[in-house]
Design a protein around this ligand. Structure first.
Ligand code: CP3
Length: 351
């Protein structure tokens, strides 16, 4: 299965993804790079996020900042899930304080023509330059990523961040053929993007289907699972660990695993021991409530110890928050979380 064990095959993060014993509980944070860091705000400049992402020197530096500050066990590429759709000219912008916005949302079959296949070398060379620069500088694995087809579709169809996904679900329920055509194109874009990041040196990938929790299990199974399965099986031959994550996916965890993940991302609403009882021996990533970091160092440490206790020494655990670092988080609290995970996390070798 493993075609290229890679430079970091012995690293605690990669071994934990595979459920293999290692010497310490690895930890990284979703959104570890970004607005919570003063050094990020200092260098970020005035441009849009998409402009920052298109600048490999800047993106490289931003991705490195949390690794230097916290000593986390993995870096994540500074990019965004809408970069591929933006790069093929769909017309996506990212508005500060709001998120991705689309001037002409996806509504009819004619809009499929606005989603040509992604050619990563030509369309997102800056992403690949950033990956290559990062890999040259890092002494921990780099996580590449893509948005899950559902979550990207939700932005393209709604035109902006949404609470209820009315337009998305209307299309899904009223024109299932068009829905599957759209999802298939987004799956192909995610595969092309992920494979290019892996070719450039990423050691693991995460599929962010952040908003999949908007669906019931039968809805997810019919409208999303086949496409996420396609993405994950489309990178399986590379041999890198595949993390699959969404928020409020408590009722969907088995399906998220069945889509082909090596590591299931668990948000803070499902205690890790319950997730493990349900999912069996797949590795888990998570799941400290990000607002416990905002509540201060005592709350964050208590929460960290609770997550470690619930994992109970299982080798298949990557410590993380249950969702991204909130922009107003205190970096010193996150530094304490890393210190506690490394000092107190135990990995038991089981017979
Ligand atoms: O943290 C930051 O503030 C950095 C800059 C930033 C990114 N995207 C980088 C990013 C900002 C402000 C955005 C815009 C954006 N894109 C938002 C936030 C809107 C806001 O101002 O608060 C959102 C929700 C998106 C869409 C998006 N991008 C989603 C749903 C995800 C998946 C992760 C998640 O939070 O559920 C992303 C990925 C993303 N955007 C990453 C980065 C660096 C990679 C993931 C990571 O760092 O863990």
């Amino acid at each position: 299965m493993m075609t290229d064990p890679g430079r970091f095959h012995d690293h605690a993060f990669i071994r934990a993804c595979r459920g293999l014993p290692h010497d310490r509980v690895p930890v990284w944070f979703m959104r570890q790079a970004g607005r919570s860091l003063p050094e990020y705000r200092a260098i970020r400049g005035e441009g849009t996020i998409l402009e920052a992402i298109a600048d490999p020197d800047l993106s490289t530096e931003i991705s490195l900042q949390p690794v230097r500050r916290y000593g986390v066990d993995a870096a994540i590429l500074y990019s965004d899930i809408v970069v591929p759709a933006h790069a093929v000219g769909f017309g996506v912008t990212v508005t500060p304080g709001i998120g991705p916005e689309v001037e002409h949302p996806f509504r009819t079959a004619a809009d499929l023509d606005r989603l040509r296949p992604l050619d990563p070398d030509a369309d997102t060379p800056y992403v690949l330059d950033t990956v290559r620069q990062l890999v040259a500088e890092l002494d921990v694995p780099l996580i590449g990523f893509a948005g899950g087809p559902f979550t990207v579709a939700s932005y393209l169809i709604e035109g902006r961040p949404s609470r209820d996904y009315v337009h998305t679900k209307r299309l899904m329920f009223n024109d299932e053929a068009l829905w599957h055509s759209l999802m298939d194109r987004l799956a192909d874009m995610a595969i092309a993007s992920l494979r290019s990041q892996i070719d450039a040196g990423a050691s693991a990938i995460q599929l962010f289907d952040s908003w999949a929790g908007a669906l019931s299990p039968p809805q997810y199974e019919r409208y999303v699972l086949p496409h996420s399965q396609k993405v994950l099986s489309g990178v399986a031959d590379t041999g890198v660990p595949k993390i699959h994550f969404g928020v409020t996916t408590g009722e969907l965890l088995e399906l998220i695993r069945d889509a082909g993940a090596d590591v299931v991302g668990v948000d803070w609403r499902v205690p890790l021991d319950r997730a493990r009882a349900r999912l069996g021996d797949v590795s888990l990533q998570g799941n400290l409530d990000p607002t416990m970091v905002m509540a201060g160092v005592d709350a964050a440490i208590a929460g960290t110890r609770d997550v470690l206790a619930r994992n109970a020494g299982h080798p298949g655990h990557v410590f993380n928050l249950g969702h991204g670092v909130m922009p107003a988080s205190d970096p010193d609290v996150l530094a304490e979380v890393v210190r506690v995970v490394h000092a107190e996390g135990r990995v038991e070798v089981r017979p």
